[in-house]
Design a protein around this ligand. Structure first.
Ligand code: IMP
Length: 190
């Protein structure tokens, strides 16, 4: 038995549910960008897993984009491990120009929405041909800003979740599932 199982209170989304959500998003994206080139930008670090699974799922679709390139951008927003400071920090930008290109921004989870809003506004200023946004998870109850989300995989309850790229203090990103942690798994200051 893996030790992480002892830290988990409840599995919210298992591997097959995550994979089905990724496939549904890929189908919609492939349809919308059929025959056109697309640049998929993954938001580090949390979206790494959703991003790589999503680009491969798009590639499996018939009649998808004509070409697909990948880039990454790194933004962080959390003041401490589970609560957002409300300030978004850009730690790594995309390389090269996005002017006149079709861009799909992929994040792991949209919580209060400030990170996605910040990144969307940053990229929109650079005049892409089309800018679409995707998030594997969203927590609608926690939204503070009404950011545009074109593709959403799963609706998440109002709880702090880990796994499939999402971390608590840099741990649990490697879990193949998305889960709630037991209260005793959080450090005392939380
Ligand atoms: P937002 O700016 O509040 O929408 O937060 C976006 C970022 O916060 C995400 O990209 C995640 O990195 C992180 N985040 C939000 N909710 C969770 C969670 O439940 N678990 C782990 N990270 C989260």
């Amino acid at each position: 038995m893996n030790s992480y199982r002892e830290s988990i209170a409840e599995v919210l989304f298992d591997e097959s549910r995550i994979s089905a959500a990724i496939d549904e998003m890929a189908a919609a994206i492939a349809r919308d960008f059929s025959g056109e080139p697309i640049l998929v930008v993954g938001v580090l670090k949390g979206a790494l897993f959703a991003f790589t699974d999503l680009v491969r799922a798009i590639a499996r679709r018939p009649n998808g984009p004509s070409d697909l390139s990948v880039e990454t951008i790194w933004a962080s927003s959390y003041g401490n491990a589970t609560r957002s400071s409300g300030e978004v920090q850009l730690r790594k930008d995309v390389a090269g120009s996005i002017r006149g290109r079709n861009v799909l921004l992929v994040d792991d989870i949209v919580d209060n929405g400030l990170t996605m809003q910040y990144l969307r506004e940053l990229l929109v200023q650079r005049a892409p041909a089309r800018l679409r946004t995707a998030a594997l998870l969203e927590k609608p109850e926690r939204r503070l800003v009404n950011v545009r989300l074109d593709y959403v995989g799963l609706r998440c309850p109002n709880a702090f979740v880990v796994g499939y790229g999402l971390d608590y203090r840099e741990l649990y990103r490697n879990l193949p599932i998305i889960a709630r942690l037991k209260p005793e798994s959080f450090a005392p200051e939380n």
